[in-house]
Design a protein around this ligand. Structure first.
Ligand SMILES: NC(=O)c1ccc[n+]([C@@H]2O[C@H](COP(=O)([O-])OP(=O)(O)OC[C@H]3O[C@@H](n4cnc5c(N)ncnc54)[C@H](OP(=O)(O)O)[C@@H]3O)[C@@H](O)[C@H]2O)c1
Length: 347
């Protein structure tokens, strides 16, 4: 398949959907053909901002021949179901994180995309940040030496109004989890990308009194042992006012790399030569510490472009379905450990 512009349908017209729509409008590779939302008011208002047609009928999206890629930005529990239907109609699928709240449904989506020979990309835009890419490449080439310890620190704050605003937030059946499955998932994904699979997890989670009427954790502290022998830690919250910028910490036998808001905050290598320099990785970032949308669209745009390139070149997108499910799988063991109050050895 070789063509310049891919026709895209945006599925969902909520908070994050604007980052997708702006990206699709700005990219040379894509054309926004249609916006879907469940309710007419939302679909119409959103589509009018971009001067594109809208629909509340998902089957209309699936029927249209001029739509190559569906970009799913709806609520977490319907991601896989909508993706599976799209794959069956031969559409390539982009899906926002979390890939779904059920691991079985994640697997069903992966299978549907494989069976129907369409590409699947899961949005983890942080993997496209310059500093993250350089640190990953450097660690992968053993620049840090043997990795000893890694930390994902996402101590954010969301006011009660955030949970009250939409009926799906804070509920197990629609969000699947809280600070881990929703907010910290980006950094859980990065930790796994850097350190590989986990061997053992011991988790504590809580619903602290900062929020009312929520069924999902707003605070979590997790110890990890990775299969490569490294140790790790995850801190996740939506209840620690005012919210600190998220951090990724990586420690190896040769030194330390830390990233804050996706930018380098330290890069200290023992006996460094010029090959150990980070290079120019500066870019404007942002943090979701207290505002979920306080970030530029740079990396959503990069990830949607990566999907177009993957289709054109017939290769896998950087974050394909198998990559996208890893953080969901780990969350499942984290919740099991927290529930049982004991460490879990992963199979
Ligand atoms: N990558 C990132 O940095 C990032 C940032 C924020 C959010 N997200 C992710 O993006 C997704 C959406 O989050 P959001 O904050 O944009 O949500 P939102 O503002 O509440 O929008 C949700 C969208 O889903 C639709 N929807 C609600 N309930 C539905 C249902 N039962 N069935 C089908 N559609 C339904 C809503 O439309 P109607 O009201 O018309 O039904 C709306 O279009 C989540 O998975 C979230 O984790 C990612």
């Amino acid at each position: 398949m070789c063509k310049r512009k891919y026709g895209m349908a945006l599925i969902g017209a909520g908070m994050v959907s604007a980052a997708h729509a702006d990206s699709i409008m700005q990219l040379d590779e894509t054309e926004l053909k249609l916006v879907y939302s469940r309710t007419e008011e939302r679909a119409r208002q959103f589509a009018d901002r971009y001067d594109v047609p809208w629909t509340c009928d998902y089957n209309e999206v699936l029927r249209r021949d001029d739509i190559d890629i569906v970009d799913i930005t709806t609520v977490p529990f319907c991601h896989a179901d909508m993706g599976i239907e799209a794959a069956r109609q031969g559409k390539h699928v982009i899906v926002e994180k979390p890939m779904d709240i059920s691991l079985e449904k994640c697997d069903a989506l992966i299978e549907a995309c494989q069976t129907n020979k369409v590409k699947l990309a899961v949005i983890f835009q942080n993997r496209f940040k310059k500093a993250v890419c350089r640190a990953r490449e450097y660690c992968h080439a053993d620049g840090l030496g043997q990795l000893l310890y890694g930390g994902a620190h996402v101590k954010w704050y969301r006011p009660q109004a955030y949970f009250d605003k939409d009926e799906w937030r804070g509920k197990l059946s629609t969000e699947g989890g809280g600070a881990l499955m929703n907010q910290a998932l980006h950094y859980i994904d990065l930790l796994l990308w850097f350190l590989g699979p986990v061997a053992e997890v011991y988790a504590h989670t809580a619903i602290t009194p900062v929020h009312r009427n929520i069924e999902v954790e707003n605070l979590a502290a997790i110890n990890l042992k990775f299969r490569n022998g490294a140790m790790g830690i995850i801190e996740a919250s939506t209840c620690l006012y005012p919210g600190l910028p998220e951090r990724l910490e990586l420690y190896g036998t040769r030194g330390t790399i830390t990233l804050e808001r996706g930018s380098l905050s330290s890069w200290n290598i023992m006996n460094a030569t010029e090959n150990d320099e980070p290079g120019d990785v500066e870019e404007v970032t942002g943090t979701g510490a207290s505002d979920p949308m306080a970030f530029p669209i740079t990396w959503h745009k990069a990830q949607i472009k990566d999907m177009c390139d993957a289709i054109t070149q017939d290769r896998e997108p950087l974050v394909n379905g198998l990559e996208g499910r890893k953080s969901i799988e780990l969350c499942r063991y984290i919740y099991e450990s927290a529930e049982k109050g004991m460490p879990i050895i992963l199979p």
